[in-house]
Design a protein around this ligand. Structure first.
Ligand code: FEO
Length: 404
């Protein structure tokens, strides 16, 4: 094991010993255009402790960073805050190599680790609110179920004010900088929002409850050390405030128009819909799916007020790219959106009704009937599309006035 990889000091006794995945472009369906990091942390105390590990193929990078500080065999305790394999992929091999006295996870985490790795080894359970002394430092565990898996938990170092938040408050961003304050603000803001929209959005009500619980948890937060992307060291409360805002999903004047097209008819319709939205003061974001990732649609919807979808009918169905996005978004459960549907067809024309069914299932309120056009839209058909945009925009405008 060489020493090409060095640890980064986070606080007096805590080091980042994770891995940087510069080349990752897809994280289970989420387009990670800037790569990611898998963060693991080393705590130096009487019981040297490793918090989380990394994806399997990055094991040597992590062990090399650990070896830049201590001999890895000195690790006595390994804590798994979350069982997903980007944080546990190399856990079995690390445990076999290091032979720690204790491996610790939440009760759900213990079950998940056994299911993943078919272990019969002992895994100690870290209950909500329980403490573990490492010598001078004390760890306190907080269960955070469904943020974003049933097993997820936080580990807090009381004496140093460092919170290991696992996936929460993270972002998929590979950088040579380890701290958020070293990264261009426009980049970290975009990536943190994208991460929230694609990972945490369906659990927004739980995010709100967790943030409301923070005063009782009595954290004196100096550092939020997440498991993806850079670490929050200067004013870590800023990401808490952003989560508070994102979790509310308050509508804005932004209208997202998503479509695909076979012979440019549905595209013409999308443009006319956009004109109608803009005419009543909405900011229009057109997203042709021929060149748009599903995860970017989710990100745009995080702070939007309207969602309009267009699809041609192909063999009696919605176009596959549109169906993909709707399936993905249905799982993310965006809230507080007003919608509309449109599309061109040849002879049967089922897609628009199917789009409306999807939108209703997503509890998106339809402002007007969908627009169906046979083959190629004429001026009258484009005027109908414009009216659809105006109807959605006007309904959204009324709603924004009502809540302001
Ligand atoms: Fe980063 Fe849920 O794993």
């Amino acid at each position: 094991m060489g020493n090409a990889f060095q640890a980064t000091k986070v606080s007096e006794r805590i080091y980042w010993v994770g891995a940087i995945d510069w080349g990752l472009r897809d994280f289970h369906g989420y387009a990670t255009s800037r790569g990611t990091t898998y963060n693991a942390y080393l705590i130096l105390d009487d019981r040297i402790t490793l918090i989380d590990t990394v994806k399997a193929q990055f094991r040597d990078e992590m062990l090399s960073r650990i070896a830049s500080v201590i001999d890895p065999s000195e690790i006595r305790c390994v804590i798994s805050n979350h069982a997903e394999m980007d944080h546990t992929g190399c856990l079995p091999e690390v445990i076999a190599a290091v032979r720690p006295e204790t491996v610790l996870a939440s009760a759900q985490g213990r079950k998940a680790l056994i299911r993943h790795f078919h272990w019969d080894r002992e895994i100690a359970i870290a209950g909500d609110g329980e403490r573990l002394s490492l010598g001078d430092l004390t760890l306190r565990f907080t269960s955070t179920p469904m943020l974003h898996w049933p097993d997820s938990m936080f580990t807090y170092v009381e004496e140093e004010g460092v919170l290991f938040s696992n996936d929460a408050f993270g972002m998929h961003l590979a950088t040579s900088e380890r701290f958020v304050d070293e990264v261009e603000p426009a980049i970290w803001r975009a990536e943190a929002a994208k991460y929230y929209a694609n990972i945490l959005l369906p659990f927004s009500s739980l995010v709100t409850k967790l943030l409301a619980r923070l005063p009782q948890l009595d954290y004196d937060l100096k550092v939020i050390a997440t498991d993806h992307g850079p670490i929050w060291r200067h004013e870590p409360q800023q990401i808490l405030r952003l989560y508070e805002q994102w979790a509310l999903q308050q509508p804005t004047r932004k209208a997202v128009v998503v479509y695909d097209t076979m012979w440019k008819s549905t595209e013409q319709m999308a443009r006319a819909v956009g004109e109608g939205l803009a005419a009543v003061g909405m900011t229009v974001h057109q997203m042709p799916l021929s060149g748009t990732y599903r995860s970017d649609v989710a990100t745009e919807l995080l702070q939007a007020g309207a969602f309009l979808v267009g699809s041609p009918t192909i063999n009696g169905q919605i176009f596959p790219t549109v169906a993909d996005v709707l399936t993905y978004l249905k799982g993310l459960k965006p809230q507080n959106l007003i919608g509309g549907a449109f599309g061109s067809y040849g002879w049967s024309g089922e897609a628009v009704a199917q789009l409306e069914d999807h939108l209703r299932e997503m509890k998106i309120s339809l402002a007007d009937e969908g627009v169906r056009v046979q083959y190629v839209p004429d001026a009258e058909a484009l005027a109908q599309c414009r009216s659809l945009g105006t109807a959605v925009g006007s309904r959204l405008g009324e709603q924004l006035v009502a809540v302001s």
